[in-house]
Write a protein that binds this ligand. Structure first.
Ligand SMILES: Cc1cc2nc3c(=O)[nH]c(=O)nc-3n(C[C@H](O)[C@H](O)[C@H](O)COP(=O)(O)OP(=O)(O)OC[C@H]3O[C@@H](n4cnc5c(N)ncnc54)[C@H](O)[C@@H]3O)c2cc1C
Length: 507
């Protein structure tokens, strides 16, 4: 399967056992679901099972986004700790979020057992460990508040991870699975239930109305409702100022001994490391994630992998790093996701975004929430997670400023290859921003020495993209849109490619 980066994740060896459809002519659907990651597929299946006629479309292929680059821990503890939820949203709402996590894991378990999905699901304990005094205070708050909202957490004497710590806490009833096998299993059921999945179908615009006119790269689809399950909604939206794009890095290591930890683990560093074990084709791997940074804000993405590998080698007997990849997530400004009506659109256009590192849970919960709203007219999570909520919190103005890095358009699409070469001293596989005659363009030299140039102005809101050497992509530092070296859009919110610049002709 394909993914939105050039590094190969541990899940990418899986093949689908269902067939995508071509875009059917002039059919009206009840719901179009846009994006075939865990959010879109879960939502589409629940709606189809409830009797709605659904079409699920993806700009690329199913699992192409972060669902193909996740680490798939299933937690009842979120990145936003319950003590923060209690402080900002009240204890009843924090309890509701705890119920949401349990319901999401419950739905995943039901889907797996009802439909016999073979996706390596396993219930595990989760261990959170404090490495210094500050982290230890935070651990106390995490334990107290989790117990207050009904998520049992207990202190233990020993850490099952070989990492020296001050104290360790155990959270029971956590789980893990193979996200792509689960995703493909759900798609099979969706297709068998009469749902349509169309791949390589990018939604470019929705014309509002009682019946929506959805403009895609393959033609127009009419639907009575639309769900943006694109991880971040495309276009320019209020939510781009409330969700900040981040990259997180993962290595999967084979160990010299067979001392693979039998649990899920987390330290309390900023950003934190996360640990689990996964068996693929009969071999165990230790999967470690961390080294997060804002998308497009790290000049040398290779150092993130180097730090993660060094961390792995410090605490485990690493034989080899078998896989390494990075992927994208979106931090919500007030700590909770945005699930419901898309701001600035009609009441038949929905969105789910701002999951932080908990999108397996939130993507599944979004399916439950949105299918309840669309089928029954309401959900008990609707008010709390309303994307239109405006909760003034510390840090909001910084979020807004992050979007302000705007540059001028490049108007020409043709430059002299000879002249550009004078300015580019690139090794094969390297890229850089080149200033030429007052313009900035992104130039990449491929393995054969060929130059590929793109307008470095992101088509979303005109920020300048930055090169991500690890994933070989142009990443936008403002709202996280990403593009291949040829300029093809990989990650929303952009809906257009970067403008290609022709270097073959002379000027
Ligand atoms: C490294 C890493 C590790 C993580 N680990 C965990 C974890 O252990 N547990 C956990 O709960 N969460 C984890 N997360 C978060 C979680 O993986 C994500 O939140 C989740 O996968 C998002 O799923 P999604 O379906 O919403 O989006 P995606 O999987 O990104 O899918 C969006 C889809 O929309 C498509 N699309 C985009 N624009 C358009 C368009 N205009 N038209 C049509 N289609 C479009 C894309 O091609 C893509 O396939 C992790 C995240 C990262 C980065």
């Amino acid at each position: 399967m394909e993914r939105d980066g050039s590094c190969i994740s541990i899940w990418q060896s899986h093949n689908s056992d269902w067939t995508a459809a071509s875009l059917p002519a002039s059919t009206e659907y009840d719901v179009i679901i846009i994006g075939a990651g865990i959010t879109g597929v879960t939502t589409a299946l629940l709606l189809q099972q409830a009797g709605k006629r659904c079409i699920l479309v993806d700009a690329a292929t199913a699992g192409f986004g972060t669902t193909g680059g996740t680490t798939a821990h299933l937690n009842t503890i979120y990145d936003t700790p319950y003590h923060r939820m209690i402080k900002d949203f009240g204890e009843e709402n924090a309890k509701l979020m705890a119920l949401g996590a349990r319901s999401a894991i419950g739905l995943i378990k039901n889907n797996i057992s009802n439909h016999h999905i073979d996706c390596a699901f396993a219930e595990k304990d989760g261990y959170i460990f404090s490495l210094d005094e500050t982290q230890d205070k935070e651990l106390t708050n995490i334990i107290d508040s989790a117990n207050r909202v009904g998520v049992p957490v207990e202190l233990l004497q020993t850490n099952p991870f070989p990492i020296p710590c001050i104290r360790v806490a155990r959270v029971s009833e956590q789980a893990q699975f193979d996200p792509v096998l689960y995703l493909f299993g759900l798609i099979k059921i969706f297709v068998e239930a009469g749902g349509k999945l169309v791949e390589h179908c990018r939604v470019e615009e929705i014309k509002q109305g009682e019946v929506l006119e959805v403009h895609t790269s393959l033609g127009i689809v009419n639907a009575r409702a639309a769900v943006y399950a694109t991880h971040i909604p495309p276009g320019v939206n209020l939510l781009h100022f409330r969700c900040a794009p981040y990259r997180s890095y993962v290595v999967a290591a084979r160990l010299k001994d067979e001392e693979y930890p039998p649990a899920l683990g987390y330290d309390l560093n900023e950003p934190y490391h996360y640990y689990r074990t996964q068996m693929v084709d009969g071999l165990n791997y230790l999967v470690i994630g961390g080294e997060d940074h804002k998308t497009g804000h790290e000049e040398n993405t290779e150092t993130c992998f180097m730090k993660l590998e060094s961390h792995a080698r410090t605490f485990f007997r690493v034989e080899e790093i078998a896989f390494r990849w990075s992927s994208q997530f979106y931090e919500p400004v007030d700590g909770l996701p945005y699930i419901g009506n898309l701001p600035g659109n009609g009441d038949n256009v929905y969105v789910a975004t701002g999951y932080g590192g908990n999108g397996m849970i939130y993507g599944t919960l979004a399916g439950l929430i949105l299918s309840n709203i669309l089928v029954n007219g309401e959900s008990m999570y609707q008010k709390l997670l309303d994307p239109n909520r405006l909760k003034p919190v510390a840090g909001f103005s910084d979020f807004v400023k992050e979007g302000a890095d705007v540059v001028k358009h490049l108007v020409t699409d043709r430059f002299s290859a000879e002249k550009i070469k004078e300015f580019t001293d690139l090794a094969r596989g390297e890229a850089k921003l080149v200033k030429y005659e007052g313009h900035v363009m992104g130039v990449y030299k491929d393995e054969h020495g060929g130059l590929h140039a793109v307008n470095s102005t992101c088509p979303h809101v005109k920020c300048t993209v930055a090169w991500n050497a690890s994933e070989q992509s142009w990443d936008c530092p403002c709202h996280g849109s990403r593009f291949s070296y040829e300029g093809i859009m990989l990650t929303a919110p952009a809906v257009k490619d970067l403008q290609k610049i022709d270097l073959s002709k002379q000027t």
